[in-house]
Design a protein around this ligand. Structure first.
Ligand code: M6R
Length: 622
């Protein structure tokens, strides 16, 4: 996830672009940059590693004189480390054509091969767009001898359109050409892009927060649409170059609301981004299971996968709960797997069986305990694979293999979408392991992949229950103690449910393996104590139904997280009914009502949800 912005008009272009980038920083802040057409059709380009403040300083030292067409970008790295070379805007060989991009160009390596003689300066997938555009511009100039200035805009437009036709993946793109100062171009496919309409000035951006200060009149582009933006008007087209009519709408949000996409908190926004997070993490990596997809990306071949004797997961907090799901999943496929919190791993490191693959999971890739444990594992001679959301983080630099989650930046301190991304990566890895080791035959592997690809839709269906979940949560707003129970693959989800509510509501909560309740914890149940039981269909359902009875008999007010089938077996006071899913995949759904439950309890308690007391997003001390 990155943020892009664009401006064309008579006001100070660089100020407007920088102001827009500041408001889009929540989408990523690894590096940023702007480019604009300067006096006498020169190209002004400034890029920095890090935040918009640094860019602002640089621009103030060497300001652009005048106003023109300009584009800006704040980056959340996916392809290539956070560095100035990898910062957008990217240029073609001439340095006169600039492009910003949010998304992933899946076929960039293939396209690069078709561009011999072009000089690439970055490791990004985006740069290929600038060179492809340059190539098409050259072709059109030669074919049509279109060097007359009045032909430059149509030629630029057509070259851009032809470029789009060759791209696979997700993108919101904007491009400016120094030879064509009166027009900027923009297009959208699976990444957000919106046009802002002003008086004698127009804007584009990843979301309206970037320009809401200047105009509230906006046009949302759909997938497969492009816009030719001039200061006195905007024309819209489909990717075939046919004009389309678009109606502007007036936005009522203020700019803070807009950064959060209209949600009250980043946590809630991120909860709602989970289908997309899973989809982005799985995209292009699933089929064929057991094949060389992971080899191409991480250098982990099917042969290497067969050689590992087992897995050892390490992580902290929510990421550790992902590890526990991973342990159960790999065990399900007959692969010995262990999971430890990173801060308690030191002695285990030396005792790991030879041939163990250590899987370190961390959203930030900077958690001190996880880094320390990873180093202990390496010292003990193990290979380390990391699952992380952060390109270029310390964990990625020190691991042997890296599997990225593609969730976009997570701003809320309470982790939600990063957890779903971690689960998606674990399911991906488990599927490849199982297929490579012969635990999933061809037909089963296909079914597993299909089931996994259906998860984003099921996530959306589950999140549609938000209002119902909010009502249940609000009824417990005064409670100070909560219990969460489940079994097997959903036991870690009970732990995660308890962690979420502790973090943002400051109440006492415990997550238990349901079978453990009778060995002690059942003693704490009092009349009316809220107990959330995850009891979806599957092999532990009967036992779960029994555990719910035991808790009810001691006075617990039980909310059962069920599906239509299991609801018939579990006798609770209240239910949250999820769409049916294959048992193996339920953790990716059952956690969602618990996240929403925690959110709405915290909201009712008027807690600072995105910045809970005593906590930091990334814990870089041991
Ligand atoms: O960046 P990491 O995934 O390594 O962070 C690990 C934990 O600190 C983190 O998951 C923490 O528990 C969250 N606040 C949970 O919501």
């Amino acid at each position: 996830m990155c943020g892009i912005t664009g401006y064309i008009g008579e006001n100070k272009t660089t100020d407007i672009l920088i102001d827009g980038l500041r408001r889009l920083e929540y989408r990523g802040y690894d590096s940023c940059g702007i480019a604009a057409v300067g006096p006498k059709s020169s190209l002004y380009l400034k890029r920095v590693t890090g935040r918009v403040d640094a860019l602002d300083k640089l621009v103030a030292e060497e300001p652009l004189k005048g106003a023109g067409a300009g584009i800006g970008h704040t980056r959340w790295a996916t392809h290539g480390a956070p560095s100035e070379d990898n910062a957008h805007p990217h240029t073609d060989c001439s340095g006169r054509l600039v492009v910003v991009h949010n998304g992933i160009i899946e076929n960039y390596l293939e396209l690069k091969e078709k561009l011999p003689g072009h000089k690439f300066k970055s490791e990004t997938d985006t740069e290929v767009i600038a060179h492809l555009l340059e190539q098409h511009l050259k072709g059109l100039h030669v074919q049509e001898k279109a060097v007359r200035s009045d032909m430059l805009e149509p030629v630029f437009f057509e070259a851009f359109r032809r470029t789009l036709a060759e791209l696979k993946g997700s993108f919101a793109i904007s491009a400016v050409w120094a030879n064509c100062p009166g027009m900027l171009l923009a297009a959208r496919m699976h990444s957000p892009l919106v046009v802002g309409l002003g008086r004698n000035e127009n804007f584009i951006a990843s979301d309206v927060s970037a320009f809401l200060k200047y105009t509230k009149k906006v046009v949302f582009l759909n997938d497969g649409e492009m816009a030719a933006v001039r200061k006195d008007g905007v024309d819209y087209y489909n990717f075939h170059g046919r004009k389309t009519a678009k109606d502007p709408v007036t936005i009522q949000w203020d700019s803070t609301m807009a950064e959060k996409g209209g949600y009250r908190h980043f946590m809630l926004k991120e909860i709602h981004e989970q289908a997309e997070a899973v989809e982005n993490t799985l995209r292009g990596r699933l089929l064929p299971l057991g094949g060389d997809i992971l080899k191409a990306e991480m250098g982990l071949s099917a042969e290497a996968i067969k050689g590992f004797t087992g897995l050892q997961f390490i992580a902290c907090g929510t990421a550790f709960h992902a590890c526990l799901v991973g342990r159960g999943l790999f065990e399900n496929f007959g692969v010995p797997a262990y999971a430890d919190v990173a801060s308690e791993f030191a002695d285990r490191a030396k005792l790991m069986p030879k041939g163990t693959l250590v899987v370190a999971i961390s959203q930030s890739g900077e958690t001190a305990d996880t880094l320390f444990a990873m180093r202990e594992a390496k010292t003990a001679g193990a290979k380390v694979l990391c699952i992380t959301n952060t390109v270029g983080s310390t964990l990625t630099r020190e691991s042997d293999y890296v599997l990225y989650t593609h969730c976009g930046p997570e701003i809320g301190v309470a982790s939600t979408k990063a957890f779903l991304g971690q689960l998606a990566a674990i399911y991906l890895l488990a599927g490849h392991f199982a297929a490579a080791r012969g635990r999933l035959g061809t037909a089963d592997a296909r079914r597993y992949a299909e089931d996994l690809l259906r998860v984003p839709r099921l996530i959306e269906e589950t999140l549609a229950k938000e209002k119902e979940i909010a009502r249940v949560a609000e009824s417990f707003a005064a409670s100070e103690h909560f219990l969460f129970i489940s079994r097997h693959l959903n036991y870690p989800i009970a732990l995660e449910g308890a962690l979420k509510i502790k973090e943002i509501s400051y109440v006492h909560a415990e997550g238990y393996a349901a079978g453990e309740m009778k060995h002690g914890p059942i003693a704490i149940i009092y009349k009316g104590m809220p107990l959330l039981a995850v009891a979806t269909s599957g092999r532990t359902l009967e036992l779960m139904a029994g555990n719910v009875e035991e808790a009810k008999a001691r006075g617990a007010d039980v909310v059962a997280i069920v599906d239509a089938e299991s609801r018939k077996t579990v006798k609770a006071s209240r239910y949250i009914t999820l769409p049916s899913a294959p048992e193996l995949f339920t953790p990716m759904l059952t956690v969602l009502p618990l996240q929403l439950f925690a959110y709405y309890v915290a909201l009712a308690k008027k807690c600072d949800i995105d910045k809970p007391r005593n906590l930091a997003k990334s814990v870089t001390v041991r």
